[in-house]
Ligand binder design. Structure first.
Ligand SMILES: Cc1ncc(COP(=O)(O)O)c(C=O)c1O
Ligand SMILES: Nc1c(O)cccc1C(=O)C[C@H](N)C(=O)O
Length: 431
């Protein structure tokens, strides 16, 4: 698996190699040299916020989004009323899907659509995929995948009389290529995995895993929730079949914004998704008898697109297109690298362990650390305006959104965790 070289990461490595320069850059240096630092100002400030380290659950709104939402009510909805469906909204699921595809996914137009929630799209595409592999009786998943992915797969297995082969993963990592190679075979219909693990932040080898699943004759569906907008993919080049992702994390679409689904063009005509509604029909306004599926990605829609939920992400896509996904990935790597450095220095001496891979090419944009007191610590941090999140049994996730998180903000978060664990006394000071 290869990723583009990262200017921010490369420059810190170069500085580390210069004689007479401290091995690790300081927090202040990293902010000063950050080419994306200016983007932070474009996000709405939040009263009393000290450090927001949870953009991997809910991304922050942009200032401009507040204006755009108001203008939408007055101009598009209030002004154009029902006429706006023909004028712009009917095409939005496809045009926005194509924008996400070009800016972040490495996918050509006509293969990505915005619709439903992640859970519902996972159901629709998983069901379509297993039905496209008749005579095969197994779904392959890892036992640490996000609950909704596991629950949907279990429901489909029950509905279709299939088995699930669970890959047992190291929770400080995620699913490895060799594990998938050992799990797939002639009875595998579909493999369902997350690109970036919601728990450890482990970045799976999408290209390699897709290849071994294909060698076994199976299809693969990737959950991109924790990578889209922070880790670039090359879905077309890597021959990916299906992908689903949410838009409220690194695409900053807002709470409950709809998901997107990708179906490789070569598969579209052969897949039948189970929620056949009027918006997926070949002629939406024919109002006729019997369902005839639409061409291309239309057949993967079901009901009326959630237009208001698609507004905020358009503003974030403006930013992503402007900054470029490779520069965003570079900043993400620099942020997670610094987080790991600070954790090693300030928190490991306090009994904290790291549950995220050390190698940059093996992690996404969050870092997970563990300590028995993290449930209580997270609750206290939230009261102080320091917002990471807690995942049972003892994991604290530090989510780093490359366009809105600064290195100083990360430092404030680590300092606050240190203070919470020591009751005030610092373990090693801060850099
Ligand atoms: C990997 C993953 N899949 C799915 C979801 C959520 O699905 P939904 O948007 O339907 O709540 C999340 C987070 O909420 C997630 O992290
Ligand atoms: N989707 C969420 C929600 O509706 C409420 C609270 C949190 C979330 C999350 O995003 C959870 C998240 N996907 C996770 O990785 O844990």
């Amino acid at each position: 698996m290869t990723h583009p070289t990262t200017p921010a990461a490369a420059s810190s490595a170069e500085r580390a190699a210069e004689p007479g320069t401290a091995a690790a850059p300081t927090t202040a240096e990293l902010d000063r040299l950050d080419p994306l630092a200016g983007y932070r100002e474009r996000f709405l400030p939040s009263d009393g916020l000290v450090a927001y380290l949870d953009g991997n659950s809910l991304g922050r709104p942009l200032r401009v989004t507040a204006d755009h939402l108001g203008a939408f009510v007055a101009r598009d909805w209030g002004g154009r009323l029902i006429r706006a469906w023909d004028e712009q909204w009917m095409e939005l699921p496809f045009s926005l899907g194509d924008r996400i595809a070009a800016a972040t996914l490495g996918a050509a137009p006509g293969q990505t659509v915005v619709a439903d929630s992640t859970t519902v799209l996972l159901y629709k595409l998983m069901r379509a995929a297993v039905d496209a592999r008749p005579g095969r009786h197994e779904l392959v998943l890892d036992d640490d995948n996000f609950p909704t992915d596991r629950f949907v797969a279990e429901g489909i297995a029950r509905e279709r009389g299939l088995r699930i082969r669970w890959i047992s993963v190291d929770p400080a990592r995620g699913v490895e290529l060799d594990q998938v190679r050992a799990a797939v075979g002639p009875d595998t219909a579909l493999v369902v995995l997350s690109h970036v693990s919601y728990r450890s932040g482990f970045l799976a080898d999408m290209e390699g895993i897709t290849r071994v699943a294909h060698d076994a004759g199976a299809l693969v569906l990737w959950d991109l929730c924790h990578s889209v907008g922070s880790v670039p993919t090359r879905l077309d080049e890597w021959n990916v079949d299906l992908a689903v992702g949410c838009t409220y994390k690194y695409l900053n679409g807002g709470p409950g914004s709809p998901a997107f689904g990708y179906v490789a063009r070569r598969l579209q005509a052969d897949l039948e998704q189970p929620v056949q509604g009027w918006m997926g029909a070949a002629d939406v306004f024919a109002m006729g008898d019997g369902f005839v599926p639409g061409e291309g990605m239309r057949r993967f829609l079901s009901g009326t697109p959630p237009v208001i939920g698609m507004l905020a992400m358009q503003d974030m896509l403006d930013l992503i297109e402007e900054a470029g996904i490779d520069a965003i990935r570079a900043k993400s790597i620099a942020l997670t690298e610094h987080a790991l450095r600070l954790v090693e220095k300030q928190l490991v001496p306090l009994g904290v362990t790291i549950a995220t891979p050390k190698a940059a090419e093996e992690r996404g944009s969050h870092v997970t650390i563990r300590h028995p007191e993290f449930r209580e610590v997270t609750a206290r941090l939230w009261e102080q305006g320091v917002i990471p999140d807690f995942r049972a049994p003892d994991g604290l996730r530090i989510g780093l959104s490359p366009l809105s998180t600064s290195f100083a903000e990360l430092q404030r978060g680590i300092d606050a965790i240190e203070t919470a664990l020591t009751g005030g006394a610092t373990a090693a000071g801060s850099s």
